[in-house]
Structures are given as C-alpha cells and as structure tokens.
Design a protein around this ligand. Structure first.
Ligand SMILES: [Zn+2]
Length: 203
C-alpha cells in the first residue's frame, strides 16, 4: 500500500515552487497550500503575472536594462533624458539604486558583469563593444564608470578606459564613499547621490 500523498498536480506545484531561490521543500509546501486553500482569485492572477512578465520582458537593445520585449527601456525612450551622459553599471539591477537616488538624468549601459578571469569572465563576455559603439556615435559624451570598487571592478574600469581612449569623451568614476568591495545594490540613496555628484574625472 502506497502512503497517501498530495494529488500529482499539487506535487508538481510543490516541486516547481521548491526550485525558487531561498525556498525549501517545507516553504514550497506551505505556499502550495496557500494557493489551494487561501489564495482565491489571486492564484490565477499570480500565475498570469509570472507568465506575462517572463514572456513580455527582454533587455533594452540600447542599454541592456529590462524593457518590454521589442522596445527600448523607459530611460532610453524618454526624450527629456540627457543622452550626453552614459552611466556604466555591472548589472541591470544596479540601475535601480541610481534611479531611486533621484540624482541622475542621463542614460545607462549595463555590462552584464565585470571582468573576472578567475571566474572565467573575460571582456568578450561583457557588453563592451556595444558601449564603444554608443560612444563612437556620441564622442562628446561623458561616461561615468559606476562599476564596483573591488579588484574586478577596478580592472573593468581600467579596461573600459583603454577601450574608449580613442574618443574625446570625458570619463569619470564614482566618488569614494561607496561601500568598499560592494556593489550599488548595497548602497543607500544618499550614498549613491554623493558618489555621483562627487564623481572623479579619470581624464
Ligand atoms: Zn535602455
């Protein structure tokens, strides 16, 4: 005699939920029961929200931030933004702390990471060529390197400065005050604002 268990569809739901980060088997079971017994009309709404967000979201072809599929992101399609300043960040999620600081009205460029040979991440794995292409089209722009101030971040900043050497663009680096060794995601809005306003010109 097999021991009693949830019906197959519920077991599948538990299995799917347990694959989410930070969600163990017990939490997945608790969530599944909430969907079954308490969520009511929220259950199909949540399922639909997941499907729509995943299917309809891609990266902006200009800067690499999240955007509706086939469209530019809100910043790149906003004519009131200052397109003469490009803030270069490691990850798309680094854009949000800068936006929330309210102190930046330029555009972004998301590299997709930072140079880290030990982890197998080389320049060709990052969105560096598209950045060079953007600067080539606006050679008088300012490029703010808002990559982390850890070893890999510094190496990335150095590499990018080299790549942009042939253009007359100004290049600056976020001011000190950012958490040492940490990325933008750990910084509060005031710190980001000071780091942006006190950015240091690299040339
Ligand atoms: Zn964009």
């Amino acid at each position: 005699m097999n021991p009693q268990d949830y019906p197959p569809d519920v077991r599948e739901l538990i299995d799917c939920l347990s694959r989410m980060p930070g969600t163990g088997r017990r939490t997945a079971e608790r969530l599944a029961l909430w969907f079954l017994l308490r969520a009511g009309e929220n259950a199909p709404r949540i399922a639909q929200a997941i499907t729509r967000a995943v299917e309809n979201t891609a990266t902006c072809s200009n800067c690499g931030f999240f955007a509706p599929r086939g469209e530019l992101c809100a910043a790149c399609s906003d004519p009131t933004r200052d397109s003469s300043i490009i803030c270069v960040v490691e990850y798309a999620t680094d854009v949000l702390p800068i936006e929330r600081s309210g102190s930046f009205r330029g555009l972004y460029h998301c590299l997709g990471g930072k140079i880290s040979p030990l982890d197998g991440i080389l320049p060709e794995h990052l969105s560096i060529d598209p950045l060079v292409h953007r600067v080539k089209n606006h050679p008088d722009c300012e490029v703010i390197l808002a990559v982390g101030n850890d070893v890999e971040g510094e190496a990335t900043a150095l590499y990018l400065t080299d790549c942009l050497a042939e253009f007359p663009c100004r290049i600056s680096r976020l001011a000190q005050g950012m958490p040492a060794g940490a990325g933008l995601s750990q910084a509060d809005a005031i710190t980001v604002m000071h780091a942006l306003n006190g950015r240091v010109s690299l040339r």
